[in-house]
Design a protein around this ligand. Structure first.
Ligand code: GDP
Ligand code: MG
Length: 359
Protein backbone atom coordinates (compact mmCIF):
# COMPACT_ATOMS: atom_id res chain seq x y z
CA UNK A 1 0.00 0.00 0.00
CA UNK A 2 1.10 3.54 -0.53
CA UNK A 3 1.74 5.89 2.32
CA UNK A 4 -0.80 8.43 1.07
CA UNK A 5 -3.63 9.20 3.47
CA UNK A 6 -6.95 10.33 2.19
CA UNK A 7 -9.41 12.86 3.55
CA UNK A 8 -12.58 10.80 3.21
CA UNK A 9 -13.55 9.57 6.67
CA UNK A 10 -15.75 6.77 5.49
CA UNK A 11 -13.09 4.29 4.56
CA UNK A 12 -14.41 0.76 4.41
CA UNK A 13 -13.91 -1.46 7.42
CA UNK A 14 -12.99 -5.10 7.10
CA UNK A 15 -15.63 -7.07 8.93
CA UNK A 16 -13.52 -9.71 10.55
CA UNK A 17 -9.97 -10.06 11.68
CA UNK A 18 -8.86 -13.43 10.43
CA UNK A 19 -5.12 -13.66 10.34
CA UNK A 20 -4.12 -17.26 9.72
CA UNK A 21 -0.64 -16.69 11.13
CA UNK A 22 -0.28 -18.16 14.55
CA UNK A 23 2.06 -16.58 17.03
CA UNK A 24 4.64 -18.84 18.65
CA UNK A 25 4.04 -19.89 22.24
CA UNK A 26 5.93 -18.12 24.98
CA UNK A 27 5.66 -18.50 28.71
CA UNK A 28 3.78 -15.71 30.34
CA UNK A 29 4.46 -14.22 33.72
CA UNK A 30 2.30 -14.51 36.80
CA UNK A 31 -1.22 -13.56 37.75
CA UNK A 32 -2.98 -10.32 37.18
CA UNK A 33 -2.24 -7.73 39.83
CA UNK A 34 -5.18 -6.42 41.75
CA UNK A 35 -5.98 -2.80 40.94
CA UNK A 36 -4.39 -0.35 43.31
CA UNK A 37 -6.45 -0.10 46.47
CA UNK A 38 -8.67 2.91 46.55
CA UNK A 39 -9.47 4.66 49.77
CA UNK A 40 -12.81 3.58 51.17
CA UNK A 41 -15.15 6.46 50.53
CA UNK A 42 -17.49 7.66 53.20
CA UNK A 43 -21.16 6.79 52.83
CA UNK A 44 -22.57 8.75 49.89
CA UNK A 45 -24.22 11.95 50.97
CA UNK A 46 -26.07 12.53 47.72
CA UNK A 47 -28.91 10.54 46.24
CA UNK A 48 -27.57 7.81 44.01
CA UNK A 49 -28.87 9.21 40.75
CA UNK A 50 -27.53 12.70 41.48
CA UNK A 51 -24.20 11.73 39.97
CA UNK A 52 -24.25 13.11 36.46
CA UNK A 53 -20.76 12.00 35.58
CA UNK A 54 -20.47 12.16 31.85
CA UNK A 55 -18.14 9.80 30.08
CA UNK A 56 -17.83 9.84 26.31
CA UNK A 57 -16.30 7.32 23.94
CA UNK A 58 -14.00 8.82 21.36
CA UNK A 59 -12.28 7.12 18.45
CA UNK A 60 -11.75 6.86 14.73
CA UNK A 61 -14.25 5.27 12.33
CA UNK A 62 -14.18 1.53 12.83
CA UNK A 63 -12.11 1.89 15.98
CA UNK A 64 -14.44 -0.21 18.15
CA UNK A 65 -16.75 2.33 19.87
CA UNK A 66 -20.04 0.57 19.18
CA UNK A 67 -18.61 -2.87 19.97
CA UNK A 68 -17.30 -1.47 23.26
CA UNK A 69 -20.85 -0.43 24.10
CA UNK A 70 -22.19 -3.88 23.29
CA UNK A 71 -19.68 -5.36 25.77
CA UNK A 72 -20.91 -2.89 28.40
CA UNK A 73 -24.54 -3.75 27.69
CA UNK A 74 -23.97 -7.47 27.65
CA UNK A 75 -21.63 -8.04 30.56
CA UNK A 76 -20.06 -6.86 33.76
CA UNK A 77 -16.60 -6.63 35.31
CA UNK A 78 -14.72 -9.36 37.17
CA UNK A 79 -17.01 -9.73 40.21
CA UNK A 80 -14.19 -10.89 42.48
CA UNK A 81 -12.40 -7.60 42.01
CA UNK A 82 -15.17 -5.10 41.32
CA UNK A 83 -18.39 -6.62 42.64
CA UNK A 84 -21.62 -6.56 40.67
CA UNK A 85 -22.21 -3.94 38.01
CA UNK A 86 -24.61 -3.59 35.14
CA UNK A 87 -25.84 -1.08 32.60
CA UNK A 88 -29.48 -0.04 32.64
CA UNK A 89 -30.72 1.43 29.39
CA UNK A 90 -33.74 3.69 28.83
CA UNK A 91 -36.91 1.57 28.89
CA UNK A 92 -38.14 3.23 25.70
CA UNK A 93 -35.23 1.60 23.87
CA UNK A 94 -33.52 3.07 20.83
CA UNK A 95 -32.12 2.07 17.46
CA UNK A 96 -28.67 1.80 19.01
CA UNK A 97 -29.84 -0.50 21.81
CA UNK A 98 -31.81 -2.66 19.36
CA UNK A 99 -28.73 -3.07 17.21
CA UNK A 100 -26.46 -3.81 20.18
CA UNK A 101 -28.87 -6.43 21.46
CA UNK A 102 -29.27 -8.04 18.04
CA UNK A 103 -25.51 -8.19 17.57
CA UNK A 104 -25.06 -9.90 20.93
CA UNK A 105 -27.85 -12.40 20.23
CA UNK A 106 -26.52 -13.15 16.76
CA UNK A 107 -22.89 -13.33 17.91
CA UNK A 108 -21.65 -10.77 15.42
CA UNK A 109 -20.25 -7.25 15.47
CA UNK A 110 -22.72 -4.36 15.45
CA UNK A 111 -23.24 -2.72 12.08
CA UNK A 112 -21.36 0.49 11.33
CA UNK A 113 -22.86 3.57 12.95
CA UNK A 114 -24.46 5.84 10.40
CA UNK A 115 -26.38 8.27 12.57
CA UNK A 116 -25.02 9.80 15.72
CA UNK A 117 -26.77 8.51 18.83
CA UNK A 118 -26.74 10.33 22.13
CA UNK A 119 -28.41 8.68 25.06
CA UNK A 120 -27.96 8.21 28.75
CA UNK A 121 -27.40 4.86 30.38
CA UNK A 122 -27.40 4.29 34.09
CA UNK A 123 -24.45 2.36 35.43
CA UNK A 124 -25.23 0.71 38.73
CA UNK A 125 -22.73 -1.13 40.86
CA UNK A 126 -22.19 -2.63 44.23
CA UNK A 127 -18.73 -3.44 45.52
CA UNK A 128 -18.24 -6.66 47.42
CA UNK A 129 -17.88 -6.59 51.18
CA UNK A 130 -14.35 -5.58 51.98
CA UNK A 131 -12.13 -6.77 54.76
CA UNK A 132 -10.25 -3.88 56.30
CA UNK A 133 -7.53 -4.11 58.86
CA UNK A 134 -8.08 -1.74 61.69
CA UNK A 135 -5.88 -0.67 64.54
CA UNK A 136 -5.20 -3.44 67.08
CA UNK A 137 -4.85 -5.72 64.02
CA UNK A 138 -8.52 -6.61 64.06
CA UNK A 139 -10.08 -7.40 60.71
CA UNK A 140 -13.41 -5.76 60.14
CA UNK A 141 -15.82 -6.52 57.31
CA UNK A 142 -17.24 -3.39 55.74
CA UNK A 143 -20.36 -3.58 53.58
CA UNK A 144 -19.78 -3.00 49.89
CA UNK A 145 -20.69 0.44 48.65
CA UNK A 146 -23.57 0.98 46.21
CA UNK A 147 -22.94 3.38 43.37
CA UNK A 148 -24.83 4.74 40.43
CA UNK A 149 -23.79 7.13 37.71
CA UNK A 150 -24.93 8.24 34.32
CA UNK A 151 -23.00 7.21 31.27
CA UNK A 152 -23.72 9.58 28.45
CA UNK A 153 -23.37 7.47 25.39
CA UNK A 154 -22.38 9.53 22.39
CA UNK A 155 -21.77 7.18 19.51
CA UNK A 156 -21.24 9.20 16.37
CA UNK A 157 -19.87 7.81 13.15
CA UNK A 158 -16.10 8.09 13.62
CA UNK A 159 -15.93 10.46 10.67
CA UNK A 160 -17.63 13.12 12.82
CA UNK A 161 -14.40 13.43 14.72
CA UNK A 162 -12.71 14.66 11.56
CA UNK A 163 -14.93 17.73 11.44
CA UNK A 164 -15.77 18.16 15.11
CA UNK A 165 -16.71 21.82 14.83
CA UNK A 166 -19.57 21.17 12.43
CA UNK A 167 -20.97 17.85 13.63
CA UNK A 168 -22.17 18.92 17.05
CA UNK A 169 -20.01 16.56 19.05
CA UNK A 170 -17.88 19.18 20.77
CA UNK A 171 -20.67 20.12 23.18
CA UNK A 172 -20.96 16.70 24.84
CA UNK A 173 -17.19 16.30 24.73
CA UNK A 174 -16.57 19.63 26.41
CA UNK A 175 -19.18 18.83 29.08
CA UNK A 176 -17.80 15.37 29.75
CA UNK A 177 -15.73 14.63 32.84
CA UNK A 178 -14.23 11.52 31.30
CA UNK A 179 -13.14 10.47 27.84
CA UNK A 180 -12.51 6.92 26.75
CA UNK A 181 -10.08 7.39 23.88
CA UNK A 182 -10.02 4.29 21.70
CA UNK A 183 -6.84 3.68 19.72
CA UNK A 184 -7.23 1.11 16.95
CA UNK A 185 -3.96 -0.80 16.49
CA UNK A 186 -5.19 -2.46 13.29
CA UNK A 187 -4.94 0.97 11.67
CA UNK A 188 -1.36 1.39 12.87
CA UNK A 189 0.53 -1.93 12.76
CA UNK A 190 1.87 -2.17 9.19
CA UNK A 191 1.01 -5.88 8.72
CA UNK A 192 -2.57 -5.32 9.90
CA UNK A 193 -3.09 -2.21 7.79
CA UNK A 194 -1.78 -3.97 4.71
CA UNK A 195 -4.02 -6.96 5.26
CA UNK A 196 -7.14 -4.90 5.82
CA UNK A 197 -6.91 -2.04 3.38
CA UNK A 198 -8.85 -2.69 0.22
CA UNK A 199 -7.00 -2.10 -3.03
CA UNK A 200 -7.34 1.51 -4.13
CA UNK A 201 -8.37 2.68 -0.65
CA UNK A 202 -6.06 4.71 1.48
CA UNK A 203 -5.96 4.98 5.20
CA UNK A 204 -6.92 8.03 7.21
CA UNK A 205 -4.10 8.32 9.73
CA UNK A 206 -5.05 8.03 13.38
CA UNK A 207 -3.24 11.30 13.92
CA UNK A 208 -5.70 13.14 11.71
CA UNK A 209 -8.66 12.09 13.84
CA UNK A 210 -6.77 12.76 17.00
CA UNK A 211 -5.35 16.13 16.00
CA UNK A 212 -8.69 17.50 14.83
CA UNK A 213 -10.43 16.30 17.92
CA UNK A 214 -7.81 17.84 20.21
CA UNK A 215 -7.86 21.16 18.39
CA UNK A 216 -11.64 21.29 18.40
CA UNK A 217 -11.88 20.42 22.07
CA UNK A 218 -9.18 22.89 23.00
CA UNK A 219 -10.95 25.66 21.08
CA UNK A 220 -14.36 24.85 22.57
CA UNK A 221 -13.07 24.84 26.12
CA UNK A 222 -11.03 28.00 25.56
CA UNK A 223 -14.28 29.71 24.49
CA UNK A 224 -15.73 28.57 27.80
CA UNK A 225 -12.84 30.17 29.66
CA UNK A 226 -10.60 27.16 30.15
CA UNK A 227 -6.97 28.04 30.53
CA UNK A 228 -4.14 25.55 30.57
CA UNK A 229 -4.64 21.83 30.20
CA UNK A 230 -7.90 20.13 29.29
CA UNK A 231 -9.79 19.13 32.43
CA UNK A 232 -10.86 15.63 31.40
CA UNK A 233 -9.95 12.34 32.95
CA UNK A 234 -8.87 10.16 30.04
CA UNK A 235 -8.69 6.40 29.64
CA UNK A 236 -6.42 5.74 26.67
CA UNK A 237 -7.40 2.30 25.37
CA UNK A 238 -5.67 0.21 22.75
CA UNK A 239 -8.56 -1.84 21.30
CA UNK A 240 -8.87 -5.24 19.54
CA UNK A 241 -6.22 -6.96 21.64
CA UNK A 242 -7.65 -10.35 20.64
CA UNK A 243 -6.77 -9.69 16.99
CA UNK A 244 -3.89 -12.10 16.19
CA UNK A 245 -1.70 -9.34 14.73
CA UNK A 246 -2.23 -7.12 17.76
CA UNK A 247 -1.69 -9.95 20.22
CA UNK A 248 1.54 -10.98 18.46
CA UNK A 249 2.84 -7.41 18.62
CA UNK A 250 2.23 -7.19 22.37
CA UNK A 251 3.60 -10.67 23.00
CA UNK A 252 6.77 -9.98 21.01
CA UNK A 253 7.29 -6.84 23.07
CA UNK A 254 7.15 -9.00 26.22
CA UNK A 255 4.06 -7.21 27.56
CA UNK A 256 1.60 -10.09 27.75
CA UNK A 257 0.67 -12.01 30.88
CA UNK A 258 -2.08 -14.49 31.71
CA UNK A 259 -5.13 -13.03 33.41
CA UNK A 260 -5.56 -15.42 36.34
CA UNK A 261 -4.68 -18.25 33.95
CA UNK A 262 -7.78 -17.50 31.89
CA UNK A 263 -6.67 -15.53 28.85
CA UNK A 264 -3.79 -13.26 27.84
CA UNK A 265 -3.86 -9.63 28.87
CA UNK A 266 -1.63 -6.59 29.04
CA UNK A 267 -1.77 -5.13 32.53
CA UNK A 268 -3.34 -1.68 32.83
CA UNK A 269 -0.98 1.15 33.73
CA UNK A 270 2.68 1.12 32.66
CA UNK A 271 2.61 -2.02 30.46
CA UNK A 272 -0.48 -0.76 28.60
CA UNK A 273 1.13 2.67 28.25
CA UNK A 274 4.30 1.08 26.88
CA UNK A 275 2.25 -0.83 24.29
CA UNK A 276 0.35 2.30 23.27
CA UNK A 277 3.61 4.25 22.85
CA UNK A 278 5.21 1.42 20.88
CA UNK A 279 2.23 1.26 18.51
CA UNK A 280 2.35 5.01 17.90
CA UNK A 281 6.11 4.92 17.31
CA UNK A 282 5.93 2.04 14.83
CA UNK A 283 2.69 3.11 13.14
CA UNK A 284 2.27 3.33 9.37
CA UNK A 285 1.28 6.96 9.94
CA UNK A 286 4.52 8.76 10.77
CA UNK A 287 2.64 11.51 12.61
CA UNK A 288 1.07 8.96 14.95
CA UNK A 289 4.41 8.96 16.82
CA UNK A 290 3.44 12.40 18.13
CA UNK A 291 0.17 11.29 19.74
CA UNK A 292 1.63 10.29 23.15
CA UNK A 293 3.44 13.59 23.65
CA UNK A 294 0.34 15.55 22.68
CA UNK A 295 -1.75 13.58 25.18
CA UNK A 296 0.85 14.25 27.86
CA UNK A 297 0.89 17.95 27.07
CA UNK A 298 -2.89 18.43 26.80
CA UNK A 299 -4.15 16.51 29.82
CA UNK A 300 -3.07 16.38 33.43
CA UNK A 301 -0.81 13.36 33.95
CA UNK A 302 -2.62 12.24 37.10
CA UNK A 303 -5.86 12.10 35.11
CA UNK A 304 -4.50 9.71 32.48
CA UNK A 305 -5.01 5.95 32.53
CA UNK A 306 -3.88 3.31 30.05
CA UNK A 307 -5.55 0.02 29.15
CA UNK A 308 -5.31 -2.63 26.47
CA UNK A 309 -8.79 -3.95 25.81
CA UNK A 310 -10.82 -6.30 23.70
CA UNK A 311 -14.59 -6.08 23.48
CA UNK A 312 -14.85 -9.76 22.56
CA UNK A 313 -11.70 -11.34 24.04
CA UNK A 314 -10.05 -14.53 22.84
CA UNK A 315 -11.82 -17.77 22.08
CA UNK A 316 -11.81 -19.89 25.22
CA UNK A 317 -12.80 -23.53 24.89
CA UNK A 318 -15.35 -24.36 27.60
CA UNK A 319 -13.50 -27.59 28.48
CA UNK A 320 -9.87 -26.97 27.53
CA UNK A 321 -9.59 -23.27 28.39
CA UNK A 322 -7.38 -20.86 26.42
CA UNK A 323 -5.25 -22.44 23.72
CA UNK A 324 -3.05 -20.09 21.73
CA UNK A 325 -3.34 -22.39 18.72
CA UNK A 326 -7.13 -22.04 18.75
CA UNK A 327 -7.66 -18.56 20.18
CA UNK A 328 -9.01 -16.62 17.21
CA UNK A 329 -12.45 -15.46 18.32
CA UNK A 330 -13.65 -14.16 14.95
CA UNK A 331 -14.34 -16.71 12.27
CA UNK A 332 -15.33 -16.80 8.62
CA UNK A 333 -17.99 -14.22 7.95
CA UNK A 334 -17.28 -12.24 11.11
CA UNK A 335 -19.04 -14.50 13.62
CA UNK A 336 -17.88 -14.18 17.20
CA UNK A 337 -17.28 -17.57 18.82
CA UNK A 338 -17.38 -16.63 22.49
CA UNK A 339 -17.86 -13.60 24.68
CA UNK A 340 -14.86 -12.88 26.92
CA UNK A 341 -14.30 -9.10 26.95
CA UNK A 342 -11.00 -7.90 28.39
CA UNK A 343 -10.75 -4.68 30.44
CA UNK A 344 -13.91 -3.06 29.04
CA UNK A 345 -15.97 -2.70 32.21
CA UNK A 346 -12.76 -2.29 34.16
CA UNK A 347 -11.86 0.74 32.03
CA UNK A 348 -15.26 2.30 32.67
CA UNK A 349 -15.21 1.75 36.44
CA UNK A 350 -11.58 2.83 36.86
CA UNK A 351 -12.30 6.02 34.95
CA UNK A 352 -15.38 6.71 37.05
CA UNK A 353 -13.39 6.10 40.23
CA UNK A 354 -10.67 8.44 39.03
CA UNK A 355 -13.28 11.16 38.47
CA UNK A 356 -15.01 10.44 41.76
CA UNK A 357 -11.76 10.61 43.70
CA UNK A 358 -11.60 14.31 42.83
CA UNK A 359 -15.25 15.14 43.53
N1 GDP B 1 -10.97 -8.55 16.79
C1 GDP B 1 -11.71 -7.54 17.21
N2 GDP B 1 -12.30 -6.73 16.30
C2 GDP B 1 -13.05 -5.70 16.76
C3 GDP B 1 -13.24 -5.43 18.14
N3 GDP B 1 -14.03 -4.33 18.27
C4 GDP B 1 -14.33 -3.95 17.01
N4 GDP B 1 -13.76 -4.78 16.09
C5 GDP B 1 -13.80 -4.70 14.61
O1 GDP B 1 -13.88 -3.35 14.23
C6 GDP B 1 -15.07 -3.12 13.49
C7 GDP B 1 -15.64 -1.76 13.80
O2 GDP B 1 -16.07 -1.72 15.16
P1 GDP B 1 -17.16 -0.67 15.67
O3 GDP B 1 -17.40 -0.99 17.09
O4 GDP B 1 -18.34 -0.66 14.76
O5 GDP B 1 -16.34 0.68 15.51
P2 GDP B 1 -16.86 2.20 15.63
O6 GDP B 1 -16.92 2.71 14.22
O7 GDP B 1 -15.79 2.89 16.42
O8 GDP B 1 -18.18 2.20 16.34
C8 GDP B 1 -15.99 -4.28 13.85
O9 GDP B 1 -16.94 -4.52 12.85
C9 GDP B 1 -15.00 -5.40 14.01
O10 GDP B 1 -14.62 -5.91 12.74
C10 GDP B 1 -12.59 -6.30 19.09
O11 GDP B 1 -12.66 -6.16 20.33
N5 GDP B 1 -11.84 -7.33 18.56
MG1 MG C 1 -19.93 2.95 15.75
Amino acid sequence: MTSAFREDPYESESAASTNPQRPAARPMPGPRPMPAARPMPAAPTRGPSADQTQIVLVGRAGGGKTTFLSAILDGGPDPDVYGDWRAIVPSAGSALIDELQASVEEQRFPTATVEAATETWTIRGEYRDRVRKRILARSVLEPGEKLEFELVVVDPPGGNFLAPGTTGILGPLADARGLILLIDPTRMIPAAVKERTEPGKELVATFRYFNRLMRGLDAKLAEQGNKGRLPHHVAVCVTKFDDPVVYAEARDAGLVMMDEGRQPTVASGDPAKAFFELLCRKSVGANDARIPEIINARFRPERLEFHVISSIGFYIDPDEGFDEEDSNNVVGDGSIRSHNPINVWETLIDLYESIRSEQ
